[in-house]
Write a new protein. Structure first.
Length: 989
């Protein structure tokens, strides 16, 4: 019998997703309604995976009973272990499967759930029911806030930033983050229990100086040395910023200058100084927080104006509104009534990443379920997490939430690691058992079916630390990068598949450094970089955005000429020059070098833009397409930006909507060596992992505040000040707790990194780097890399049926990479872009006619829908006429004969994906057809077809068929005249 209220501690690779999906299925068998089971994950990918797992497990269980193979079904065996009987499962599986398929289970992300709750209760927190989720333009918010300040207030604002050593942008970012804190936290931090007796900072500082003078007088009375007397003769500012002066005050009994003097009569004075310092720190914190609160009130007003004008909320704002909703005396019964149906079961994934605010929002639901009566089928709580994998402190997550939330729950641990090899598991157990209190060693499941012997055994390679001196940072980094490149080469040389290798780093900048170094030595290697870059942060898109803004401002300038408003005109002119300068610099050119005069108006780039004659009334899609062609910006991010613009009729309308558009840059192909940050790798696994220590120097924390927690709630903020921990006991306690969590997270990040590896783990470290806390400098773990089995080699020669794969999306190349011999030239050449589109359309005609036998009318409609943005109807009709005429020629008909035709046939060889345009085949012959709209570079075309033919030859040999098929290949040039359209290719070049 499963525990009704259960917390599952799931270490890396222990099968938490399986456990969650099994719990869901178990609840169904116990009579739970699928719609009343709330399953929350942190990412959409995880929620989709959860739904897929549940569906597949239910389906496999149903099929196993229908086929009589249930005894070998893993879900069946797991459910028996959980206490279900054979009859319970067999009698209910069919009904449960159909119920699940017809229901709408609540398997979603935390953010999406909060969104749905706010939609139902929006009026209670002053939000329109028509609000949308989007990206809020912080720049617009900052501008709105600053514009609300008077000239005097602006001056005070700048002075405050200067005195606190804050950059303007950093302080605005601080206000933004504070806007999502509960208001009572800031107030409580201002008005704490410390009584400053009405003294100002200056008065407290003066009191400290007076009492220091008393100690100085006592030393003079005892005829102390000038050096000893001088220690207490410093100014207040010097004393508060001098570590040696503070140490002198706290340890005068052992201080070399003071220990020979009797200062016992000064103990009360020293205690008075201690108390005054505590008063000073709290008074200063109070003044700073009150000033921040003053600005924060104005900032929130500006924030609300922007949100209301756009009718957009980001996920942080949604969480904040939910927090306000559920903490401001809303009737709980009414709350559940408005949720349509009661939530009787809750399943929470990755709970260690939950923030205090998220937990406070979910807590009433959890408490409601736990407080009720009934068996497990009526109500239950199931929380899964691992405090060792809490790595998002910088985003506000707090690992203490997991501990607090699971206190009243039964706790269990998952014993086995189903991800990693025994060698990797043993190494990680030995490494991290020293780092985590109550660490439970993971066991290797010997019954697990392994892909190969090398995965079962595994290998670990810890490289000796690279020495690091103050002036050797770059030299050490170069050695570290060389080690990574060499290790990558060693893995590939031993047969590792490039798709199975991941290089994990600490910073996004390190990704680019490693990528450049690897490409310099291995130019043909595919490299996939995983970064958190948004579409509008991409260089090409920024150029296009600035160009659009130039058009808007230029239009306004022409209007200003009529109005004769010199001040406004000057402002617009400066704005225009700023955008022009940004475009030129982003294109990698000098702004002043090629210009006549400082304005840059004669720059060649600007001449190009003006020659396009793009006006404010031109649709944004036409403008962007022209800019892409003229400025040679043809990249996937540019096409995505062009696609977005097609929905808008005006440039200004498009620019206004951009802040609310949530859009990531297009993802790359996933084929190749992955380079990503450790944070990005969380939740993933790789056969071989290379860990690279940080490059460059360690960045010091820029946080100005530390947070004190009480259980799973934020209690108070403390402002960081030098040496405050020496005098302020409360602050020292909060700082110690903060440091414990911060240091623990450093270990957590390393744990996540080390546990991504399935088979092989390689660690490159500095002597004073991130791995130093693990004590690996004397590690003797350096296994040889065994001979590895390449997945690509073992799967290249697959069943022919899987090779002859016809893509359901006609003519699209989304899911596979078409590898051309001329790929280094760039598939998107702006000068021949329309010719490329025409060529793609030709390919589509051949595919639709040969592969799908479509009518001319249907083909025309599809082509116009797909390529109408670039080709006219006349272009499309011309394309169809040329392709159909080619297929109706005598030569082509003789070639086709009675053979079967398969289009867009994909296969993988030598770590690359290939795709044949068309494969004709019968019992005796294979014929490869490759369509080309361009007639140049015929030798390259022939070589490409030979590669296809060579693969078919190897495939036929691998099949050991008694009847060897003839293999022929042809390049089809539909734009040539008949009689010259088919060019036969010999297998031997």
């Amino acid at each position: 019998m499963q525990e009704q209220f259960l917390a599952l501690k799931a270490s890396a690779g222990s099968g938490k997703t399986f456990s969650l999906s099994l719990r869901f299925i178990y609840l169904l068998f116990q009579g739970a309604n699928p719609h009343q089971i709330l399953t929350l994950t942190f990412t959409k990918k995880a929620s989709n995976e959860m739904y897929r797992r549940i569906y597949e497990h239910l389906k496999s269980l149903l099929v196993s009973f229908e086929s009589g193979t249930f005894e070998s079904n893993d879900i069946y065996k797991a459910l028996l272990q959980k206490g279900l009987s054979h009859n319970q499962i067999s009698e209910n599986i069919a009904a449960l499967y159909h119920t699940f398929m017809q229901s709408s289970p609540r398997i979603t992300t935390i953010d999406s759930f909060f969104h749905s709750v706010l939609k139902k209760f929006c009026w209670y927190v002053g939000v329109s029911s028509r609000f949308e989720i989007g990206e809020i333009d912080k720049g617009e918010m900052y501008e709105m806030f600053l514009s609300s300040l008077s000239a005097k207030e602006i001056k005070e604002f700048v002075e405050f930033c200067f005195t606190q050593g804050l950059k303007l942008q950093d302080f605005l970012a601080m206000l933004y983050s504070f806007s999502f804190l509960p208001h009572n936290i800031l107030l409580d931090s201002c008005y704490d229990e410390i009584d400053t007796k009405g003294l100002s900072l200056e008065q407290i500082a003066q009191e400290i100086t007076i009492n220091m003078a008393k100690v100085c007088d006592e030393l003079k009375r005892q005829e102390a040395t000038p050096s000893a007397i001088k220690l207490f003769s410093k100014t207040f500012d010097y004393f508060t910023n001098s570590k040696s002066s503070v140490k002198m005050l706290t340890d005068w009994e052992s201080h070399s200058y003071l220990k020979k003097y009797d200062l016992s009569s000064m103990e009360s004075v020293r205690e008075r100084i201690y108390g005054l310092f505590v008063m000073y720190y709290h008074q200063k914190q109070r003044q700073i927080l009150l000033r921040i609160l003053h600005y924060l009130t104005r900032f929130k007003n500006a924030q609300q104006q922007v949100l209301k004008s756009k009718n957009v909320l980001d996920f942080e704002s949604v969480s904040m509104k939910n927090y306000e909703l559920l903490t401001q005396n809303i009737d709980r019964e009414f709350f559940y009534f408005r949720l349509d149906e009661k939530i009787t079961h809750i399943l929470l994934d990755e709970f260690q990443d939950t923030s205090c605010m998220q937990y406070q929002i979910l807590r009433p639901i959890i408490d409601e379920i736990q407080s009720g009566n009934g068996r497990i089928g009526d109500r239950s709580v199931f929380i899964v997490g691992d405090e060792k994998q809490s790595i998002y402190m910088f985003r506000g997550s707090f690992s203490g939430v997991f501990e607090e939330a699971t206190k009243a729950l039964t706790q269990e641990n998952l014993e086995y690691n189903y991800r990693s090899s025994k060698r990797v598991i043993d190494f990680n157990n030995a490494t991290f058992s020293r780092c985590f209190e109550n660490y439970i060693n993971q066991a290797y499941p010997h019954t697990l079916k392994q892909e190969s012997k090398e995965q079962e055994i595994g290998f670990v390679r810890v490289f000796a630390p690279v020495g690091e001196g103050e002036k050797e940072v770059q030299k050490v980094d170069n050695v570290l990068v060389s080690q990574v490149v060499d290790e990558l080469g060693a893995l590939l040389e031993q047969g590792a598949d490039e798709d199975d290798i991941a290089i994990l780093v600490f910073k996004n900048n390190d990704i680019l450094t490693l990528k450049e170094s690897i490409q310099a030595q291995m130019p043909h290697l595919n490299i996939v970089t995983e970064t958190n870059s948004r579409l509008f942060e991409k260089k090409e898109v920024k150029i296009l955005l600035y160009a659009l803004k130039c058009i808007v401002v230029d239009s306004k300038l022409h209007k200003q000429e009529q109005w004769e408003n010199d001040e406004k005109k000057a402002s617009l002119y400066k704005e225009l020059k700023l955008y022009e300068k940004s475009i030129i610099k982003l294109l990698g050119e000098s702004y002043f070098g090629d210009c006549v005069g400082e304005s840059g108006s004669s720059h060649p780039v600007l001449h190009k833009l003006k020659s396009l004659h793009l006006g404010i009334d031109t649709p944004p899609s036409q403008v962007i397409l022209a800019l892409i062609e003229e400025l040679d910006l043809a990249q996937s991010v540019s096409w995505r930006f062009l696609e977005l613009s097609c929905e808008y009729r005006s440039i200004e309308g498009f620019l206004q909507e951009i802040p609310s558009l949530l859009c990531n840059a297009p993802t790359q192909s996933n084929q190749g060596v992955k380079i990503m940050t450790i944070h990005k790798s969380k939740g993933l696994e790789f056969k071989y992992v290379i860990l690279c220590d940080r490059l460059g120097r360690e960045n010091n924390s820029s946080d100005r505040f530390i947070t004190e927690y009480h259980g799973a709630s934020m209690r108070q903020l403390y402002y960081k000040m030098p040496h405050r921990e020496v005098f302020d006991i409360a602050y020292n306690g909060a700082l110690q707790s903060y440091n414990v969590y911060a240091n623990q997270e450093k270990h957590n990040v390393l744990y996540v990194a080390f546990t991504r590896a399935k088979c092989g783990l390689s660690v490159m470290q500095k002597s004073k780097g991130k791995f130093e806390i693990l004590g690996l400098e004397n590690s003797s773990q350096f296994d040889d890399i065994p001979k590895l089995v390449s997945r690509s080699k073992s799967h290249n020669m697959q069943n022919m049926q899987s090779l002859l794969y016809t893509m359901p999306k006609l003519g699209e190349q989304d899911d596979f990479v078409r590898v051309e011999q001329s790929e280094s030239k760039g598939i998107f050449d702006s000068q021949s872009w329309r010719n490329i589109i025409f060529g793609n359309a030709l390919h589509s005609v051949f595919e639709m006619h040969l592969g799908y036998e479509m009518s001319v009318k249907d083909m025309q409609n599809i082509l116009f829908n797909r390529y109408g943005f670039a080709l006219t109807l006349e272009n499309i009709q011309d394309c169809m006429q040329k392709a159909i005429s080619c297929m109706q020629s005598v030569e082509f008909k003789n070639l086709l004969g009675s053979k079967m035709a398969r289009c867009e046939v994909s296969y993988k060889a030598e770590n690359r994906l290939y795709r044949m345009d068309t494969l004709l085949y019968d019992k005796k012959e294979w014929i490869v057809l490759d369509y080309k709209s361009a007639t140049s570079d015929e030798d390259s075309h022939k070589q490409q077809v030979r590669e296809y033919m060579e693969f078919l030859r190897r495939y036929g040999k691998d099949k050991e068929s008694k009847e060897h098929k003839q293999i022929r290949g042809f390049i089809v040039y539909p734009l040539k005249k008949q009689g010259e359209q088919l060019c036969e290719v010999s297998l031997i070049g």
